[in-house]
Design a protein around this ligand. Structure first.
Ligand SMILES: N[C@H](CCC[C@H](N)C(=O)O)C(=O)O
Length: 289
């Protein structure tokens, strides 16, 4: 019998992930291996992979070992690397609790976008300190077919273009990445969000994610949407001195985003471990050929 590699499956508002515990960073998780694991027909299936590594064991994160014991080595479903994954951090924290590495309460998780503070509440929700948003200068536009909209450029550690539309159906089927202009605005690609209002400080969104396609939810995207909506609504906390809280409905569930006057953004939502099992190492090896 060939070697087995442990995995778990989890999701946060139906943004789903293959979780691969690998404390000593011993596995060669190449882009091809990640894409094979995320393949929804020939593999396990997921929007991305959460590679669970002790911070001290990963060359990109070892400098953060004094601040956080675990590093979320996040990969998109196409095998590309992204700086941050908001839903992923919640599921990552839930995995650490499931595996007995942490109990409920507060913990820190290292990511490529720095160390994130996480609170595991008794009632099942997880709150993540997402840091603050950057709003690069310059107009960007998003197009779908003959439609075009001005969009807000928001960086949550990863890039987002947020377009407010009349109807979420205006985004079409989102089978491909919607063109974003100007062409040089996002040299490394971008996550694109389409937003409609549902009520005061209440929006709904769809997202086409860089490296994963349309997903049921995007945590960093929901934060980008809340930040863009607060600027549109004259509720920028840095100006008003008052925190701005938005309820964000996604196809896969609901997230609550609060931006404080100091710029810190908190995201609260569910995180679920669905299953665990073993990957056949020989299968994975063959999948790379
Ligand atoms: N596709 C994103 C990373 C995952 C973001 C999303 N799943 C989230 O929950 O924040 C990117 O390439 O920047």
């Amino acid at each position: 019998m060939s070697t087995r590699i442990a995995f778990l499956k989890g999701h946060g508002t139906e943004n789903d992930f293959v979780i691969v515990p690998d404390p000593e960073n011993a596995l060669d998780l190449s882009p091809a291996a990640v894409a094979a694991l995320c393949d929804r027909r020939a593999g396990i299936g997921g929007d991305g992979v959460l590679h669970v590594v002790r911070t001290a064991a990963h060359p990109e994160a070892a400098h953060l070992a004094g601040e956080a014991e675990w590093f979320m080595d996040y990969r998109n479903g196409d095998g590309s690397v992204a700086e941050m994954c908001g839903n992923g951090v919640r599921v990552f924290a839930r995995y650490l609790q499931h595996a007995g590495h942490v109990t409920e309460g507060d913990l820190a998780i290292a990511t490529r976008a720095g160390v994130k503070s996480v609170h595991l509440a008794k009632d099942g929700d997880v709150t993540v300190g997402m840091g603050s948003a950057r709003l690069p200068e310059g107009e960007v536009t998003v197009s779908v077919g003959e439609h075009g909209w001005p969009a807000r450029n928001v960086n949550m550690g990863n890039p987002h273009a947020v377009a407010f539309v009349a109807d979420l159906a205006d985004a079409g089927r989102l089978l491909d990445a919607p063109p974003v202009g100007p062409a040089d605005a996002y040299p490394d690609g971008v996550n694109v969000e389409f937003v409609v209002d549902r009520g005061p400080r209440h929006v709904a969104m769809r997202v086409h994610e860089r490296g994963s396609g349309e997903t049921r939810s995007c945590g960093t995207g929901a934060c980008a949407v809340a930040v863009a909506a607060a600027r549109r609504d004259g509720a920028d906390p840095a100006v008003t001195g008052t925190p701005a809280t938005y309820t964000v409905d996604l196809p896969g569930g609901r997230l609550v985003i609060t931006e404080r006057p100091d710029g810190e953004i908190e995201m609260t939502g569910p995180a679920v471990i669905v299953a665990e099992g073993e990957i056949d190492a020989e299968w994975l090896e063959n999948a790379l050929r």
